[in-house]
Design a protein around this ligand. Structure first.
Ligand code: F6P
Length: 606
């Protein structure tokens, strides 16, 4: 391994010895780049003259996961999957990442159910499929501040644009920071792996911690929740410090364009930073922003439907379905969380029952979540009393409009219930993506599909349009009511016409595509790749992620060379373009100086 700084220095020496300049024992800096530009630009007739001595192999590196099965990935999140098919998954993150880790051979680091004394120990790696999971006992003294406090009482409501649900405390923030420090320290054990992929709001500053510890491999972050408008982020104490730390990541992934645009708007408003071609350049270097809409594994859903359930689960599912025999029912499946809009949904459900008694029932599955957070306790009471009111108003001895289950179901059991339900109601006030929406669609019978009623504020509504799902404002129960009524009476032909394109989308971008896409994008910041995927630009090395910048520079240089030297004004303008595009290219080269590179032998590009 060599440091790029040394390679740049050697290039500088080579240049200065041919130009007669005195050798200086210093790192190449912006001034040196400019100086070199002054020298090389006019003397080149072809853009390739200062450019690649090896071509970039962009098509062939598209599927990094398939091409490099030995890619050593580290995934870090607060919650890790149970890796036990009989246990339910809590939330979309665990459901999404389990197959990725098991297939790719990644190490997944997260929190255990236990707390520790904060003393760092070797990573407790346990094999799972081709991968490993390491569950850390997070420091007991800081856990309340980290999880219940800053993550789930401050950030979570802010990220969902619900400032009235927020509580803030400096003490919580300190616990959050210290827990991130602890996790970074534990991850240091696997510092030699290739890529670090951090997930969700619990770990916003983790990339900065890894960077400070000297982990110089690409680090990326993916946010499973929405990212709100700048004025919401301003409610979060220390938001500027937090946001600065996110710029230490090489890649920031969002579920939707709305989230990405909101994040960029903050950078613009608070730091005056512009995102150009979804790249932000700071003094650390570059952070790329990209949308990666998370998906599901539709094939696995089909397998769930085909496989037998355990006798206990079969019994649980059958006895539930008995309640709806001969009548229509809608299904809602959510963590019991105030962002999910369950109370408004129940209120909305009340209305069709007034006009059309007994027309439809609701099966609401809502396992408890974050039960030690006060707002969640209050919300549970609100939801349960709303359900009791509707059942008291419309229920009879033999019929209940709403069946409410507070326990968890396996994915296989849920698949059966989704399949049987005539309507899927997914009406969160805000949601990153909401995989229940996709699971409901995937579980339908192609010949007789149900109808999806979807909040326009769920990320899934950026995937499914109004010709497919029935999109509603989740804050307005009457809209939910009208959509449920419409869904209940929708003719078969319209149901099929709406369902087919949603299913096609689910199949064309699965959870595996999502992971491969993210990893492939993050891998573009990696510098230890084969020599033929690199470019030597005379003063340094660049890689695939920076190619658009190189192309801009090459185009400007061609234009410059084509201008008639007699036209001094035009020549000067063209030169200004060359200079600014070279500066843009030089910035990321400077950024990679401190990273470890495996460079091809110099003679291979002579
Ligand atoms: O998907 C969003 C998310 O907040 C995940 O980060 C989290 O693991 C999941 O929901 C469930 O929340 P919790 O881990 O707090 O139970």
């Amino acid at each position: 391994m060599v440091r790029i700084r040394d390679a740049l220095y050697m290039a500088a020496l080579a240049y200065s010895s041919t130009s007669g300049a005195t050798q200086q024992d210093e790192t190449i800096n912006q001034h040196a780049f400019d100086q070199r530009l002054d020298e090389i630009s006019p003397e080149l007739d072809e853009p390739g003259g200062a450019g690649p001595t090896h071509s970039i192999v962009s098509d062939e590196v598209a599927d990094v996961v398939n091409q490099q099965p030995d890619l050593k990935l580290v995934v870090i999140s607060n919650r890790v999957a149970p890796f036990d098919p009989s246990k339910p998954q809590t939330g979309g993150l665990a459901a999404g990442l389990e197959p990725v880790v098991q297939r790719s051979g990644a190490v997944w680091v997260g929190s255990s159910e236990n707390r520790g004394d904060g003393t760092e120990r070797p990573l407790p790696l346990v094999e799972t499929g081709a991968g490993f999971v390491a569950r850390l006992d997070l420091p007991a003294a800081d856990h309340a501040g980290y999880y219940r406090g800053f993550s789930n009482s401050t950030l979570w409501p802010a990220l969902h644009s619900l400032p009235d649900r927020m509580s803030v405390s400096e003490h919580d923030y300190e616990g959050y920071q210290r827990t991130n420090d602890f996790i970074a320290g534990a991850v240091f054990d696997v510092r030699d792996r290739d890529l670090f992929w951090v997930h969700d709001y619990h770990l916003l500053p983790l990339g900065a911690r890894l960077y400070e510890l000297g982990i110089d491999r690409p680090t990326g972050f993916f946010l499973h929740t929405p990212w709100p408008a700048p004025d919401m982020v301003e409610y979060v104490p220390n938001h500027r410090e937090l946001m600065k730390s996110t710029l230490k990541y090489d890649l920031l992934g969002f579920q939707t364009n709305r989230d990405l645009n909101n994040y960029s708007a903050y950078l613009r408003t608070h730091f005056g930073l512009e995102t150009t071609d979804v790249v932000v350049t700071t003094e650390r270097g570059q952070t790329r922003l990209k949308k990666f809409p998370i998906g599901i594994d539709p094939k696995q859903f089909a397998d769930y439907l085909a496989a037998d359930l355990s006798p206990a689960e079969q019994e649980k599912v059958s006895s539930l379905l008995q309640n709806f025999e001969g009548s229509k029912f809608a299904i809602g499946v959510d963590r019991l969380d105030y962002t999910k809009g369950i109370d408004k949904r129940v209120e909305g459900f009340n209305q069709p029952l007034r006009t059309e008694p007994h027309s439809i029932s609701l099966l609401q599955i809502a396992p408890s979540s974050r039960a030690d957070v006060e707002q969640y306790q209050k919300y549970r009471e609100e939801v349960e009393s709303a359900i009791n009111r509707v059942n008291a108003e419309h229920g009879t001895d033999r019929w209940s409009p709403i069946h409410y289950k507070n326990d968890s179901f396996s994915q296989a059991a849920l698949a059966r219930l989704y399949r049987a339900a005539h309507v899927g109601v997914v009406t969160p006030l805000r949601d990153g993506m909401n995989l229940v929406a996709k699971e409901y669609v995937a579980a339908q019978d192609p010949k007789n599909p149900g109808v999806l009623v979807l909040s326009k504020f769920a990320g899934a509504a950026e995937d499914f349009n109004e010709n497919e799902a029935l999109l509603v404002d989740p804050n307005h129960p009457e809209e939910i009511a009208a959509a449920i009524s419409r869904a209940t009476h929708m003719p078969l032909e319209e149901r099929v016409t709406r369902w087919r394109p949603m299913m096609d989308k689910i199949e064309s971008y699965t959870i595996h595509d999502w992971a491969a896409d993210y990893i492939s994008e993050l891998d573009k910041s990696r510098v230890t790749v084969p020599a033929d995927q690199f470019l030597h630009l005379g003063l340094g090395w660049t890689n695939e992620a920076q190619m658009p910048l190189y192309q801009n520079y090459a185009t400007a240089l061609t234009a410059f060379n084509e201008v008639d030297p007699a036209d001094a004004a035009l020549k000067e303008a063209a030169y200004a373009d060359v200079k600014s595009s070279f500066e843009a290219l030089a910035a990321p080269l400077m950024h990679t100086q401190d990273r470890l590179w495996v460079l091809p032998a110099p003679e291979s590009f002579a």
